[in-house]
Design a protein around this ligand. Structure first.
Ligand code: NAD
Length: 504
């Protein structure tokens, strides 16, 4: 008999006109982290299929690059409309497949809609430059051209938004997309593709294979990364994955956009508004069960406010609701799988061995043996060592005391990752120092909010082992295009640059 989650999943997929065989026949079993139940079986592509479909994407590129950018924007506008119409369905699927709360599932789809809106405007703003030439009767310009198929490798924790950050920009830039979603979340990828196909059908003359989904595991990701017909690989996931992908793509002189792990810190200064800090820390550290790349993992608290803040935090950790978010309004849902639970316990053991005092972290018996719910862990550490230097993708918050802001900034930066960071302060000097070149070394530095969660308008990404990539807003679109400098001589002589003479 089909489980209730399985029938809910099937009904949602069927409502998007996805043929039943796509999610009932196949070798890859998809389970819901909410209960551990099997909810679908999907077929994986073979290497041969993947290679053929990359070829089809190249053919799509040859047509799509000739479509004027504002017209390409029209397709993305229609995609945004389909996402609006399908928001509830796709949001529910995100909850079922990735275990997010309904509000976070819907929020993820909203993020897709937002980036579509952004990209539509961008389709009329892919600006080049006019540069003064040093030569008479010459003009120097810079323009941007489409690149080719963009490979998108994505992680389980933002199973659909990451595709859209990349795809909405890539499509207006004139590039088809080839998506290798996480093997843990293939259903939301199928659903997203169904919405894209609806938009493409309404658009009318979009080339076939403008968007391709390759369901598969690591081997398919590697195949994509190695294929020289794919000039850009945008890879989101662990640093381990990014190191492999980055090296392989560089070997063939491709371009990679790497969005990898974070080890994000917040600094709480003596002047901080502690009520606001408490709420921001709770969301940033425990939201999405600690499974966001921007999750708050290290809290650096000034010794003058440490006891006051940490005693309240310990209480929040003890009482926060941990349960199936579809059955109530729990704020903390499940971990993605058993491996995530084991990794969390291993890190807690290491923290204990390094002298940490642990509050929480135990497994909660919510839905039986197949699902993994945990009470978030707050760990008081006397030094930044051992597991504190790593990203454990689970709700563990390491708390440490500091005495000077310079010490706190040094601690905040003294980890291999550089994604997101924040400061809680009402002292403008502390805030500006944190934001200055001597301050946070991260790609994202926030004030009076946690490091978690970003708006699409800014460029998203981080430094060091986070990979250096930027996606989403600002000028991240340049990562999906190639720059061309044009020098044009409209005179009758041939002056050479730098005054070089070559008279024949
Ligand atoms: P993961 O690295 O296990 O997998 C991510 C994707 O990479 C999957 O699609 C997987 O199949 C693929 N993959 C794995 N090895 C590969 C290889 N050698 N070649 C090509 N593809 C390969 O990550 P995960 O567990 O799904 O996600 C959690 C991680 O993702 C965390 O480290 C988190 O911080 C990171 N993340 C980063 C961002 C960001 O924007 N910086 C956003 C979301 C998640």
């Amino acid at each position: 008999m089909m489980s209730s989650l399985s029938s809910q999943t099937s009904a949602l997929l069927a409502s998007l006109d996805i043929p039943e065989g796509y999610y009932t026949q196949g070798t890859r079993v998809v389970t819901s982290p909410l209960t551990g139940e099997e909810i679908a079986r999907v077929a994986e592509v073979t290497s041969q299929d993947a290679t053929t479909r990359i070829g089809a994407s190249v053919t799509a590129f040859q047509a799509w690059r000739q479509v004027p950018a504002p017209r390409r924007g029209e397709l993305v506008r229609l995609l945004g409309e389909e996402l609006r119409a399908g928001k509830k369905t796709l949001g529910q699927l995100v909850s079922l497949e990735a275990g997010k709360s309904p509000s976070e599932g819907l929020g993820e789809v909203q993020e897709m809609i937002d980036i579509c809106d952004f990209a539509v405007g961008l389709s009329r703003q892919l600006y080049g430059l006019t540069i003064p030439s040093e030569r008479p009767d010459h003009r120097l310009t810079e323009q941007w051209h489409p690149m080719g198929p963009i490979g998108i490798i994505s992680a389980f924790n933002f199973p659909v938004a990451v595709w859209c950050w990349n795809a909405a920009l890539a499509l207006v830039c004139g590039d088809p997309v080839i998506w290798k979603p996480s093997e843990k979340t293939p259903l939301t990828a199928l659903a997203t593709q169904a919405l894209f196909l609806r938009a493409a059908a309404r658009f009318g003359d979009a080339p076939a294979d403008l968007s391709t989904v390759l369901i598969g595991g690591r081997a398919i990701g590697e195949l994509l990364a190695d294929d020289a017909r794919v000039p850009v690989i945008s890879a989101t996931g662990s640093t381990r994955m990014g190191r492999w992908v980055g090296e392989r793509v560089a070997r063939r002189f491709g371009r990679s956009i790497l969005e990898l792990g974070g080890n994000n810190a917040s600094i709480v200064t003596p002047s901080a508004d502690l009520d606001l800090t408490l709420r921001a820390v709770a969301f940033s550290a425990m939201g999405t069960a600690g499974q966001r790349c921007t999750t708050l993992r290290r809290l650096l608290v000034h010794s003058s406010v440490y006891d006051q803040l940490v005693s309240k935090l310990v209480n929040v950790y003890r009482t926060i609701s941990v349960s199936n978010p579809l059955e109530g309004n729990a704020l903390v849902g499940p971990l993605i799988d058993e491996a995530a639970f084991t990794a969390m316990q291993t890190s807690l053991e290491a923290a204990r061995a390094a002298g940490g005092t642990i509050h929480g972290g135990e497994r909660e018996n919510v839905n039986g043996a197949g699902s993994f719910y945990v009470r978030p862990a707050l760990v008081e550490m006397t030094s930044q060592t051992g597991p504190v230097l790593e990203e454990t993708f689970a709700p563990i918050l390491y708390v440490m005391k500091y005495d000077t802001l310079a010490d706190a900034i040094a601690l905040q930066n003294d980890v291999p990752q550089g994604l997101s960071s924040s400061i809680f302060s009402t002292d403008i000097r502390d805030i500006e120092l944190f934001l200055s070149s001597r301050g946070s070394d991260c790609g994202i530095a926030n004030v009076n909010m946690g490091p978690s969660g970003a708006e699409i308008g800014g460029a998203f990404g981080g430094e060091k082992e986070t990979g250096g990539g930027r996606e989403s807003g600002s000028d991240a679109w340049k990562g999906y295009m190639r720059r061309q400098t044009n020098a044009i001589n409209y005179g009758r002589t041939l002056p050479l640059a730098q005054g070089v003479k070559f008279d024949i």
